[in-house]
Design a protein around this ligand. Structure first.
Ligand SMILES: [Cu+2]
Length: 504
């Protein structure tokens, strides 16, 4: 049953929906000296036992030499921009001190991690104020995957991510460890965080100046925080843990000479079968682990990764030991529980663009629970993008607290790389995507478009995962408290607080 087909398109009816929007900004290659791709360091644990791991994650200010001339002021986790890669082992208890050394409140959201909501999950209900810290403890209990950590302090999530608050989180397990994948971190297994930014005349990030309610973009490709990067290839096969970490951009990826590559994992972990591509698209927050085989190249050759027709990352081929590895046709088993009888499918409509974005006809309200699902149930969620095909955008739909299955797209089978676990799914204009969703933890969680300005603008809701035998009460944050805190921290009056997309 091996799927030998090589997919050569982006699976979308249109080659590029995001170009429909008048505000679309195309990437531009930068005329600056090439630099080695920054590979984030691994975050060292503070302490480690057979059963427990202890970490400190610090949100901090920094500065980076992105471009010749002035350094850029940035934010990051345990470093200047983006962060150190955090590696969890399945089965361990994880203790994390979350420390905020920024001048304003932020939150620490574990995107794709199956943990209780709303505090451990780290959405808007879990602010950490400047100079303060908080502790979370959870068991890492999910398959090997590439996840990520990012700030989620609604409605300033987009600005915090734009300044740099995002980093890779890798879960490892014993099943993935036996598969013939490259896994030597930094050598043949590297995170590749895809972002775009624009810089002002002083090389600074000016979020307000670049603000677009349909998502902030910039013409400068920034890969792991590197402008014009290259990577030295010293092994025949290289595993790229691709993450669309952009606020709004879709990445249409392909290599020079249409080099084939193989996707082995999606958001929630390893795919049931490898899928071969020459062209792959990622929408905001989606991940794809791919293996690129450079066996047909020789030392001195260069292979380029493009987004559209813009070079974003070069691979310089060096001498490497030849290997002849064939991936098995079947990689892992994916859970596929039966839908609980008698349950009614949930309906989620993502509508509008710019300031008009809504979810089910409403703007986000952090005090309102919009939906609920019983712990242990498996239920269908029907996600609709009501934008029209001529002028609408793709809305990448994300649910906290779960790794779901994609059942169908407008009644058809999902794309071939959507047969694994996912936490974010692109929904094309005019499309209905059906998901099968179950949860492993109680809590209040958010569901939203992951174009971050759409989420901040209100295309977001929240639901409760409940157990009738264990009723919970949650202290939910309110907009007044958050806005007053932001105003105080930024040293302005509440009415002068400039958070775009927000009616103060
Ligand atoms: Cu959207």
């Amino acid at each position: 049953m091996a799927n030998d087909k090589v997919y050569t398109d982006y699976f979308f009816d249109e080659p590029a929906f995001n170009t429909h929007d008048g505000g679309f900004i195309q990437l531009e290659e930068q005329n600056v000296p090439e630099q080695p791709l920054k590979v984030p360091e691994v975050l060292a644990p503070d302490k480690e036992t057979d059963t427990d791991m202890y970490y400190t994650v610090i949100a901090q200010e920094g500065e980076v030499q992105f471009l010749p001339g002035q350094k850029t002021k940035t934010w990051g986790y345990n470093t200047d921009y983006l962060g150190k890669t955090i590696i969890f082992k399945q089965g361990k208890m994880i203790h994390i001190t979350l420390k905020n050394e920024l001048p304003e409140l932020t939150t620490f959201h574990w995107h794709g991690l199956n943990v209780p909501g709303p505090y451990t999950d780290g959405g808007c209900h879990a602010p950490v104020y400047p100079g303060e810290s908080s502790e979370i403890v959870f068991k890492c209990d999910q398959p090997a995957a590439t996840l990520w950590l990012h700030a989620h302090p609604c409605p300033s999530t987009a600005e915090h991510v734009w300044k740099g608050l995002a980093t890779g989180v890798v879960v490892k397990d014993d099943i993935e460890a036996k598969l013939p994948f490259p896994r030597n971190y930094g050598v043949d297994d590297i995170p590749v965080i895809l972002q775009d930014r624009s810089f002002d005349e002083n090389n600074q990030l000016d979020y307000l100046a670049d603000y677009d309610p349909d998502g902030v973009q910039g013409k400068v490709p920034l890969i792991n925080g590197t402008v014009n990067p290259y990577f030295d290839v010293t092994t025949q096969r290289v595993r790229l843990r691709l993450l669309d970490g952009a606020n709004r951009r879709e990445w249409r990826l392909h290599f020079s000479n249409d080099l084939e590559f193989t996707q082995i994992a999606s958001d929630g972990g390893v795919l049931p079968e490898p899928v071969k591509f020459t062209h792959l698209m990622l929408t905001c927050a989606e991940r794809a682990e791919v293996i690129v085989d450079f066996g047909d190249y020789k030392p001195g050759d260069e292979v380029t990764l493009y987004c559209d027709d813009i070079a974003i990352l070069k691979f310089k081929i060096h001498e490497f030991a030849r290997e002849n590895v064939t991936l098995p046709d079947h990689l892992v088993d994916i859970p596929d529980p039966e839908v609980t009888p008698g349950t009614t499918p949930h309906q989620v409509a993502m509508s509008g663009m710019d300031e008009m974005v809504e979810l089910n006809g409403k703007k986000f309200d952090m005090q309102r629970i919009d939906d609920k699902q019983k712990l242990g149930n498996v239920e269908l969620w029907k996600i609709v993008n009501t934008n029209d095909k001529e002028s609408g955008m793709i809305h990448p739909y994300h649910m906290h607290g779960t790794q779901f299955r994609v059942i169908s797209r407008n009644g058809h089978a999902p794309y071939p790389n959507e047969n694994g676990l996912k936490d974010t799914v692109s929904v094309n204009p005019g499309e209905v995507v059906v998901l099968k969703v179950w949860f492993e933890h109680l809590g209040v969680f958010m569901n939203h478009c992951h174009i971050i300005e759409h989420e901040d603008g209100g295309m977001m809701a929240q639901f409760e995962v409940y157990d009738p035998d264990r009723p919970q009460t949650y202290k939910l944050m309110d907009m007044d408290t958050l806005m007053n805190a932001f105003a105080e921290e930024r040293g302005v009056k509440r009415e002068d607080l400039n958070i775009p997309g927000m009616d103060m």
